[in-house]
Design a protein around this ligand. Structure first.
Ligand SMILES: [Ca+2]
Length: 463
C-alpha cells in the first residue's frame, strides 16, 4: 500500500493532486507462507532446497494440501459452475495491514495493526488482549510507517519465535524477534525482543516492510527505496545499500549454533554493528565487492507484499509504482536470485530515468496496470491453494489499495493472463492466508474479509 496518506485524504483524486503539485512524495506502507509442507526440522532447515518443480513432494498438513493432491482440483473441476464471493469475518480493527497464521494447527489468525498491536482471532472471536503490543517501540506518524510485517518461525512452536518488521521511533526500518510466552501461546513476551537488523530511512515513505519465510527456511525482508519520490538518492540500484531490495537472511536457531564465519563476514562488511542473523552461503552477491551480501533482489521501489506459492515455491512480488505503473514480478522456484527489477531506471515496462543505467540486466514484470486509471497502489496477494473454491485454485490474487479492485493472474502455456475478479469497497492493505491456504482480504478501514464460494464468476481467461 503506497500513497496511503493521500488515499486517506479522500481517494485517488486527492492523490493525484499531491502527485502533480506537491512533488509526488506521498505516502504508505507486506505473509508468509511457507513451505510447501514439511514439518520436520531437517526438511525445513534453512538452506534446504527450494522446490523447483511445478509440484513438490511436500504438501503435508501445514501446507493445507494433501500429499496425494498437491496438484489440486482437476481442470474440469475448476470449470464447474459457481464462483466465489467475499464474506465479512472480522471487524473493529484499527488500521489493519496484514493477517497471517502460526502454522501450529491452532487455526488462529493474527491481524497486524499499523499502530503497533497484533490482534488474535481464535474460535470465531477477536481476543480482547493483543497478542503483541509494539506501540511503544514504533512511530506511525508517516502514513507508511508503523508495524508493517510479521512472520512466525517456520518451526513454531518448536522454536517459539515470531518476527516483526516495523518503523522504529527514529524512523529506521527494524527487524526484530520476540518469543511467544511458553505459558500462554496467546501472548508474546515484550522483554524478549531482540533486534536483528536496523536500516536507516532517509524519508518517511517507501519502507516496504514485508517479511516472509521462503520454502528454503530463510527469511525474506522487503525494503522500499527509502522514499521521497523517484528515488532521488538512487538507492534501489545501489548495490551497497539495503534500500530498494529484498534481503535473504538466516534467522534460525540452528544458524546461531554454527561457527561464526558468516556472521563475521557480515560484520566486517558492515563495519559496525553486530547482526542478529547469518548470511545464507548461496546468496547471489555473497563475496562480490561493493555488494551487500544480504541482497536477494534489487531495483524495487516499494515492494508491498510478496509471497511464495505454497505448492510450487514460486515467488510473486508486487511493487508499487511512482505514477504510471503498478506491477507484479515473478520469480520461479529454484531461481538463484540476484534479479534486478529495474526501478528507478524503469517503472514497470516504462522507462523512468533514462540517465540511470542499471548495473545488471533488468527483469520486467509479468503483469502491470496503469496507476492513475485502475487504482493508485498495488497490494500483492497469494496464489490461492485452499480447498473451498476450486475455481480459484492456482490463480495469483492481488488488488489495489485505492480502487479496491481485485485481479487474478495465471500463467497458461507460457503466457500470463490477468483478469478482473471483483471490485470492492475495501481499502485493500493486504491479503493473507490461513493454515489451510484459505485466503483473506484486509480492509484498512478495519475489517478482514474471507474468500468463500459464491456467485461471482471467474473470468474465462483465468480458468
Ligand atoms: Ca520493476
Amino acid at each position: 500500500m503506497d500513497k496511503l496518506s493521500s488515499a486517506l485524504a479522500g481517494g485517488s483524486g486527492i492523490f493525484f493532486i499531491h502527485v502533480r503539485f506537491l512533488g509526488r512524495f506521498l505516502a504508505v506502507l507486506l505473509l508468509l507462507l511457507l513451505l510447501a509442507g514439511c514439518r520436520t526440522r531437517e526438511q525445513k532447515a534453512p538452506g534446504a532446497n527450494r522446490p523447483s518443480g511445478a509440484v513438490s513432494e511436500a504438501g503435508g498438513s501445514r501446507a493445507g494440501v494433501e500429499p496425494g493432491r498437491v496438484s489440486g482440483p482437476e481442470p474440469e473441476e475448476r470449470r464447474l459452475p459457481g464462483g466465489f464471493g467475499l464474506q465479512l469475518m472480522i471487524e473493529g480493527l484499527e488500521e489493519p495491514v496484514y493477517v497471517t497464521h502460526a502454522g501450529d494447527g491452532s487455526g488462529r489468525l493474527f491481524i497486524v495493526e499499523r499502530r503497533g498491536k497484533v490482534r488474535m482471532f481464535a474460535r470465531g472471536r477477536l481476543a480482547e488482549e493483543p497478542f503483541a503490543d509494539l506501540s511503544s517501540l514504533i512511530t506511525h506518524r508517516g502514513a507508511e510507517q508503523g508495524l508493517l510485517g510479521m512472520a512466525f518461525s517456520p518451526l513454531y512452536p518448536e522454536e517459539p519465535f515470531v518476527f516483526f518488521s516495523y518503523t522504529a521511533r527514529d524512523g529506521s526500518s527494524v527487524l526484530a524477534r520476540f518469543r511467544v510466552d511458553p505459558g500462554d501461546p496467546g501472548r508474546v513476551e515484550p522483554a524478549s525482543r531482540e533486534e536483528l537488523l536496523r536500516v536507516p530511512q532517509p524519508y518517511s515513505n517507501h519502507n516496504g516492510g514485508h517479511i516472509a519465510f521462503g520454502p528454503d527456511g530463510y527469511l525474506y525482508f522487503g525494503l522500499g527505496d527509502g522514499g521521497s519520490a523517484g528515488d532521488p538518492q538512487g538507492n534501489a540500484q545501489n548495490p551497497g545499500l539495503l534500500l530498494g531490495k529484498i534481503l535473504r537472511l538466516d534467522v534460525s536457531e540452528e544458524g546461531r549454533d554454527k561457527p561464526e564465519a558468516n556472521r563475521a563476514q557480515s560484520r566486517e562488511e558492515e563495519g559496525r554493528e553486530e547482526k542478529g542473523y547469518r548470511l545464507p552461503p548461496d546468496n547471489p552477491f555473497a563475496g562480490r565487492p561493493g555488494w551487500r551480501p544480504e541482497i536477494w533482489a534489487l531495483g524495487l521501489r516499494n515492494p508491498w507484499r510478496f509471497s511464495f506459492d505454497r505448492v510450487t515455491g514460486d515467488l510473486y512480488i508486487a511493487d508499487v509504482g511512482q505514477d504510471s505503473r503498478e506491477e507484479i514480478n515473478f520469480e520461479p522456484a529454484g531461481s538463484p536470485g540476484g534479479r534486478n527489477y529495474g526501478w528507478n531506471a524503469w517503472e514497470g515496462t516504462l522507462r523512468y530515468r533514462t540517465d540511470v543505467k542499471p548495473g545488471t540486466p533488468v527483469t520486467f514484470p509479468v503483469a502491470e496496470y496503469a496507476t492513475r486509471q485502475e487504482g493508485c497502489s498495488v497490494t500483492g496477494g497469494y496464489v490461492y491453494r485452499g480447498r473451498r473454491i476450486p475455481v480459484l485454485w492456482g490463480i495469483y490474487i492481488f488488488g489495489d489499495f485505492c480502487s479496491g479492485r481485485i485481479w487474478g493472474l495465471r500463467r497458461t502455456g507460457g503466457a500470463w493472463k490477468m483478469g478482473r475478479l471483483l471490485d470492492t469497497e475495501a481499502r485493500i492493505s493486504s491479503f493473507g492466508e490461513d493454515e489451510e491456504g484459505e485466503l483473506y482480504v484486509v480492509d484498512y478501514g478495519g475489517r478482514v474479509l474471507s474468500f468463500v464460494p459464491g456467485d461471482v464468476p471467474v473470468p474465462e481467461e483465468l480458468r
